[in-house]
Write a protein that binds this ligand. Sequence first.
Ligand code: ZN
Length: 406
Amino acid sequence: MYDHRKLGRELGIFDTDPLMGAGLPYWLPAGAIVRHTLEEYVRESERRAGYQHVYSPVLGKRELYEISGHWSHYQEDMFPPMDLGGEQVVLRPSLCPHHALIYRSRSHSYRELPLRIAELGGMYRAELSGVLGGLTRVRAIQLNDAHIFCTVEQVAQEAGAALDLILRAYDALGIVPVRYQLSLPGPGKKYLGDPQAWRRATELLIEVLDKSGVDYESAEGEAAFYGPKIDIQIADSLGRESTLSTVQVDFHQPEQFDLHYIDSDATKKRPVMVHRSIIGSLERAVAHLIEVHGGAFPAWLAPVQVAVFPLSDAEVAPANAFVRQCLDRGLRAEVVVEGSLGARVRAARHVPYQAVIGAREATSDSIALRLRDGRRLDALPVNEVLSLIGAQVDARSHLLVQEEEV
Ligand SMILES: [Zn+2]
């Protein structure tokens, strides 16, 4: 495995500057493309799964987090409050309280449930500077978050569907978890909510795990302060484990925010909140993808998908024309002119598709693709080359070509 802190900088994914501050990396153009592509993937799968997207501010009044319980149970991880005109505002440590308020802003009938609210939004964590590095321990986090407001009877189905979304995403991204964990409360820590609700939430998560067929281990002391969770663990290049994705069942925050829906008998009932994240934070997800793929991302995620090398000045114009066609097809392509052909091929070793344009290609309007794994394809008309690459990218395939094409 690779170390994303080194390789991520070499690939132009991210960097840091002491003046911006520790734990506050910025995204370079290649990293912004990977992140944007991931965000599009997440939003698309959420839309298909019936989620509605919202945006909410990254700040909130201190009182909001007092109600949610973050102020009493999570304060050491939060930035200190800012005094503003007699009130205190804080950078949010999670999105849940905002989504609870968004739910509460409208009345809801049982017919609207499950109501799934999703947001790719910022949150902040006051990590100590000693533990910061790269994209894995950061103070500003972009979280792929969602909260499902539903009845108790709907929890297992919704949490199970969320787990399916996670497994499908891992498949598309080439991520293999090291462990599935049922994170339970443990001794010596403080938790909020009544013990019976905790037992019910735990039973529901066990039901989801058993039904999904994944092997899992229970871990005491790893629950959130408001409820138990399923954590999907990955390991970094040094073998250190961290949680990427999570599914949590929460009876506590709906109580705190006095959430309700109108049931079929016209009475007010309390919904349950299922918190879930498919790929966790964009920072941690991209760090992991760099380490897993060593920079050779699946073609659909690659910052540059097609590198085009004109052999001489005479082929620069046809090379530019091919790049134009790639861009029109929605592919990310660029012409590389500097250096010997060998040097250009080496520099583009992470680019999934490479095209050398010589005199023959320029006059025949055909291209013999090279793949980054060293394979070479027979020359094909340009439009066939575009559909071949486009089909693999659209399918978010791990294969650079359909096997019968080589
Ligand atoms: Zn949440």
